[in-house]
Design a protein around this ligand. Structure first.
Ligand code: RTP
Ligand code: MG
Length: 147
């Protein structure tokens, strides 16, 4: 079963959007396998965003993601990586399709509410950065046959 790493960024936590965001993934039919509210350290931020090191927005991005608590999550389901990216929407709120999280709630690219892994390989790396194996739970839902 595929897994992805999703994270409500500091702007989403500050704006009280954790519940709204979690609701969308629950209602889609994905399964939450781990979650925690944490303060990201500079070291963790640099590891998480290593692909962006050297870009002009990198320092701003690290400052932002370490500016307050984030809600880190691991979700499971068929095609969860690609489908959750579709639910999140394009990076810029202007490009994000109506109905996506970023289109519905974000105005600025710097404050775009949520992170989602961009490939199964990124998901594996990001999950390992944020969670210990014992924090991820395996359980089955009785309603899964309907999804
Ligand atoms: P994320 O990693 O947060 O899910 O976002 P993403 O894949 O849609 O975008 P990515 O290219 O990975 O960029 C990571 C975050 O950096 C900020 N960004 N700013 N041109 C810019 O000013 C710029 N480009 C990217 C965004 O906050 C983006 O989410
Ligand atoms: Mg990305």
């Amino acid at each position: 079963m595929e897994r992805t790493f999703l994270m409500v960024k500091p702007d989403g936590v500050q704006r009280g959007l954790i519940g709204e965001i979690v609701k969308r993934f629950e209602q889609k039919g994905f399964q939450l396998v781990g979650a925690k509210l944490i303060q990201v350290t500079a070291e963790l931020a640099e590891r998480h965003y290593e692909e962006h090191k050297g870009k002009d927005f990198y320092d701003r991005l690290v400052d932002f993601i370490t500016s307050g608590p984030v809600f880190a999550m691991v979700w499971e389901g068929d095609q969860v990586v690609a489908l959750s990216r579709a639910m999140i929407g394009k990076t810029s709120a202007l490009d994000a399709a109506p109905g996506t999280i970023r289109s519905d709630y974000a105005i600025h690219t710097n404050y775009n509410l949520i992170h989602g892994s961009d490939s199964p390989e990124s998901a594996q790396r990001e999950i390992a950065n944020f969670f210990a194996e014992h924090e991820l739970l395996n359980y089955s839902k009785v309603i899964s046959q309907w999804i």
